[in-house]
Design a protein around this ligand. Sequence first.
Ligand SMILES: Nc1ncnc2c1ncn2[C@@H]1O[C@H](COP(=O)(O)O)[C@@H](OP(=O)(O)O)[C@H]1O
Ligand SMILES: CCc1ccc(OS(=O)(=O)O)cc1
Length: 242
Amino acid sequence: MGTNWLIETVCLIYSKGDPKWVQSEPIWDRSPWVETKHGYELLKEKEGPRLISSHLPIQLFPKSFFKSKAKMIYLIRNPRDVLVSGYFFWRSAKFVKRPQSLEQYFEWFVEGNVVFGSWFDHARGWMSMRDKENFLILSYEEMKWDMRSTVEKICQFLGKKLEPEELNSVLKNSSFQAMKENSMSNYSLLKGQYFEENGQLLRKGVTGDWRNYFTVAQAETFDKLFQEKMADLPQDLFLWKQ
Ligand SMILES: Nc1ncnc2c1ncn2[C@@H]1O[C@H](COP(=O)(O)O)[C@@H](OP(=O)(O)O)[C@H]1O
Ligand SMILES: CCc1ccc(OS(=O)(=O)O)cc1
């Protein structure tokens, strides 16, 4: 999805571009996953303001959020790229039923039989929050196309002000290369116990990689499904060019 990219960016905004924090504490401790035991235990002890991460669909997210003033950033990505990225990620994970082929994962994905459920239901559910002032939707594609403007948008939303050199440092330290080399952010610490040695969170980091993997028939099936499931939502929410 790009979730860890967004988390890294927000951490760097909080540290005003200083990379010390992102280079010294694992990303899952800086912004714990509320759906994991480890993350939940950490979050219970953390003083606010704190960062929280989640992949949960709206109906499973802690209800207290909806009565709070906490700010949420929802990251969306072309689901075709989510599918391909997810295939490579989950096939190296040791704690889930692993897909044996992209063809198999394609079937699971279109049926919604993947970790955290149907992408379509997930996006549709959270997008119902889009008019709330404490809710910001960003896309992986806009981060790729214009990260500087995206960081400014995040700062505006969070009420943070960065000096020009601080903003430059956020951009530098959240880049694909910087994150790939940062053992506190690239999940290499989890290799062995949770992931295979050849697994990599930071795989390619590009938009449109699905074109290298989908067959013509899969592309047509996906287009049809997207139309069926998402046609009634404002299409400017989906910024990718298919
Ligand atoms: N700094 C960065 N710049 C661009 N893409 C990044 C990135 N950090 C992570 N990603 C991409 O985000 C995806 C992982 O998402 P998540 O963090 O939600 O699991 C991977 O996509 P690819 O598999 O397409 O390369 C990974 O390469
Ligand atoms: C079980 C929760 C969880 C947390 C992080 C994951 O990795 S990623 O953010 O999707 O790359 C996967 C599962």
